[in-house]
Write a protein that binds this ligand. Structure first.
Ligand code: S6P
Ligand code: ZN
Length: 189
């Protein structure tokens, strides 16, 4: 029988021997940001986000489910909010749930047709990420953003497509709040 873990329903954080931990520092994320001059000036070892994952079945198990959470620090590179790398799932039709515990953010979603939109994240918000949709989270607030995720064990992660092509719009701060802008600076949401 698979082991189990515990979740603190106030913080969204997991504990238990079976919890896997990983982190992403700015040095590994720099190329994602629009303002490369600002990105290069920031410390490579600055931790931007940490992830906890509970994967009770082997990666790739059809019908299995994984659970995890992400703690994304507040900050910006130029006017662009700190964000996760973002990915499509390797098996494109696989969906996912995100649910917010702490902080404020934006879930940026891009369909395979290249149309990008976003949903505001705040404590209690639950977000369904449909299949065929790249997803990335931005911290639009001033405190750590914590959200939980549940995704199919066989979904896999395609980071390469996003690294190569990016999202068609970015979440940036304008007049003190988040706005989705295209690469030519046009506001679309
Ligand atoms: C996994 C799920 C999350 C992300 C995490 C980091 O499918 O979407 O656990 O892995 O938020 O984002 P990323 O884009 O670096 O995997
Ligand atoms: Zn995912």
């Amino acid at each position: 029988m698979a082991s189990y873990v515990s979740m603190n329903w106030q913080s969204g954080l997991l504990s238990g021997n079976a919890v896997q931990h990983s982190s992403k520092a700015l040095g590994a994320l720099r190329t994602l940001f629009h303002d490369q001059e600002a990105a290069q000036k920031m410390p490579a070892d600055l931790i931007v986000y940490t992830v906890q994952a509970y994967t009770p079945v082997p990666d790739g198990t059809e019908g299995g489910l994984f659970w995890g959470n992400t703690t994304l620090q507040p900050g910006k590179v130029g006017d662009e909010y700190f964000m996760t790398k973002g990915h499509f799932h390797d098996i494109r039709n696989r969906g996912e749930y995100y649910a917010t515990f702490h902080g404020e953010g934006g879930l940026v979603l891009m369909g395979q047709n290249g149309v990008t939109r976003w949903e505001p994240m705040a404590p209690g918000s639950v977000h369904y990420i449909p299949g065929y949709t790249a997803h990335r989270v931005c911290n639009t607030g001033s405190i750590p953003l914590v959200f939980a995720a549940c995704w199919p064990a066989d979904a896999g992660h395609d980071y390469e497509t996003v690294e190569r092509e990016g999202f068609t719009a970015r979440l940036v701060e304008r007049n003190g709040g988040p706005v989705l802008v295209t690469s030519n600076g046009e506001e679309i949401g």
